[in-house]
Design a protein around this ligand. Structure first.
Ligand code: SF4
Length: 383
């Protein structure tokens, strides 16, 4: 950057851990919280066993797995890039199917992926990364996808936006769909900063503009991730209206729409999706501000006692008396500030929209379009 800073190193010598204000409350709540995480099928079994890529087969079955740049909702190579296949491959080669990305994690959704010789290739990538280089690009070679994840980590590219950019280059005819080696070459071009690489490396929105494409899956300049908003409409509302571009994590309506977590709703229907997205965006803003990993949400949405335990952990740590209502108020306050920041930066209601093709083009296999109106989208942040 302009200051020439390469790294900031903190020396922990002479410091000590922060002590909870109410140690007894903190310890008891922490135990209840950890036990709650263990007892939920997603945080206790699905995520530790398969990682987030457990979603690949689920989204394919739901017809919401964006394939060949959002042209269809199912990918014939889904099984080759699924969480089940990845976990089996890691085990067979002597990698590590589950580990925590920090030592305090009680879920441990991550893993270590090794190559055919048993050498480290990359961490087990997230579902969205496997999707962006996989189904989105028509690629079903898992080793090649994991290599792309590693290269992008090394070069410093975002693995969702870069994968989507590569798929757009395929749509534009720069390289063919399904060509893993050509995709790898594009990443190296971007890393080296060649003329073509500078376009690809500038991200999906820029690739779409440079090649004059109409089907460009971005909101506020950020690429959509691995859930087609025509088949998972709640997350489509989140993509359109979250303050930070098409971010699924900002209001993960996939949970109630597809997984039946935190209630069950029809992913193909418009009804109720605004409210679902609104509540999730508020809760997520609050959760993100605490430093808890977002994946605890799978559990706390289903188990009120674990949600309460999480609040008690915070209360015990800081000597507070927050209630569930206070947490939601915290989330609203954060979102109001973020939206005010956006407004001053020139992002008004017109930026809270999905690209037009989602309402024009029907998505197979369900033949659905994104049919939530602009007026309804403008209601999301009314609270
Ligand atoms: S902290 Fe979150 S992302 Fe990291 S391993 Fe644990 S559950 Fe996964």
């Amino acid at each position: 950057g302009s200051k020439g800073i390469k790294a900031i190193v903190l020396d922990p010598a002479g410091t000590k851990n922060r002590e909870p204000q109410n140690a007894e409350q903190f310890r008891a709540a922490n135990q209840a919280f950890a036990a709650g995480l263990k007892s939920h099928p997603v945080t206790g079994q699905g995520l530790p066993q398969y990682g987030t890529t457990v979603l690949m087969n689920i989204l394919n079955e739901a017809g919401g797995l964006p394939t060949n740049n959002f042209s269809v909702g199912r990918f014939e190579g889904h099984d080759q890039i699924s969480g089940e296949t990845m976990a089996a491959t890691i085990l067979e080669r002597g990698g590590q199917p589950t580990h925590g990305c920090h030592r305090g994690c009680g879920i441990r959704c991550s893993g270590i992926y090794v190559d055919k010789e048993g050498q480290y290739l990359s961490k087990a990538p997230e579902y969205e990364t496997i999707w962006s280089h996989g189904a989105h690009c028509g690629i079903s070679d898992l080793d090649a996808i994991v290599l792309m994840d590693r290269l992008e980590d090394d070069y410093g590219f975002d693995t969702i936006d870069m994968g989507v950019a590569i798929g757009l280059a395929m749509q534009a005819g720069v390289i063919p769909y399904g060509d893993a080696q050509a995709a790898i070459n594009l990443i190296h071009e971007a890393g080296r900063g060649t003329p073509l690489g500078r376009i690809i490396g500038a991200g999906a929105a820029t690739v779409g503009r440079c090649y004059g494409l109409e089907r460009v899956p971005v909101v506020k300049g950020q690429a959509l991730p691995a859930y087609d908003p025509r088949a998972v409409k709640g997350v489509g509302v989140t993509y359109a209206t979250t303050t930070q571009g098409a971010d699924h994590t900002a209001g993960y309506a996939v949970a109630p729409n597809i997984l039946g977590i935190g209630g069950k709703s029809d992913p193909l229907k418009a009804e109720g999706q605004v409210e679902i997205s609104r509540n999730l965006q508020i809760a997520t803003a609050a959760l993100d501000s605490t430093g808890f990993c977002l994946f605890v949400a799978f559990c706390i949405l289903d188990q009120p006692e674990t949600f309460q335990a999480m609040i008690d952990v915070i209360n015990g740590m800081y000597g507070l008396n927050m209630t569930a209502d206070d947490v939601m108020e915290l989330g609203k306050n954060i979102l109001r500030q973020e939206r005010e920041f956006n407004r001053k930066a020139g992002f008004g209601p017109a930026a809270d929209r999905l690209p037009m093709f989602f309402s024009r083009e029907a998505l197979a296999p369900h033949g659905t379009r994104f049919d939530i109106t602009d007026e309804e989208l403008d209601e999301v942040h009314n609270y």
